[in-house]
Design a protein around this ligand. Structure first.
Ligand code: ZN
Length: 76
């Protein structure tokens, strides 16, 4: 099994619309959450969609926030 559970990291405030719940593009239930492309979508729905559409992953429809990296940079 090579099931990759890719949980999205949506901590940025841009993912939360304080003003309106809109129908999720995937399940149709209202959600205040937004993707990076401003699509109304539940985080769990986006994660499930990513799992169901692995070939779309590289196209960046639903992606995690850029994370602050603690990896060491080997720049001099
Ligand atoms: Zn949904």
């Amino acid at each position: 099994m090579t099931a990759v559970t890719a949980l999205l990291v949506w901590r940025d405030s841009c993912h939360f619309d304080h003003w309106a719940d809109l129908p999720c593009v995937l399940c149709g239930s209202p959600t205040p959450l937004r993707s990076h492309k401003k699509e109304p979508v539940h985080k769990v729905c986006a994660e499930a969609w990513n799992q169901a559409n692995p070939r779309e992953l590289g196209k960046g429809r639903f992606v995690s926030d850029a994370q602050t990296r603690r990896t060491k940079n080997v720049h001099a």
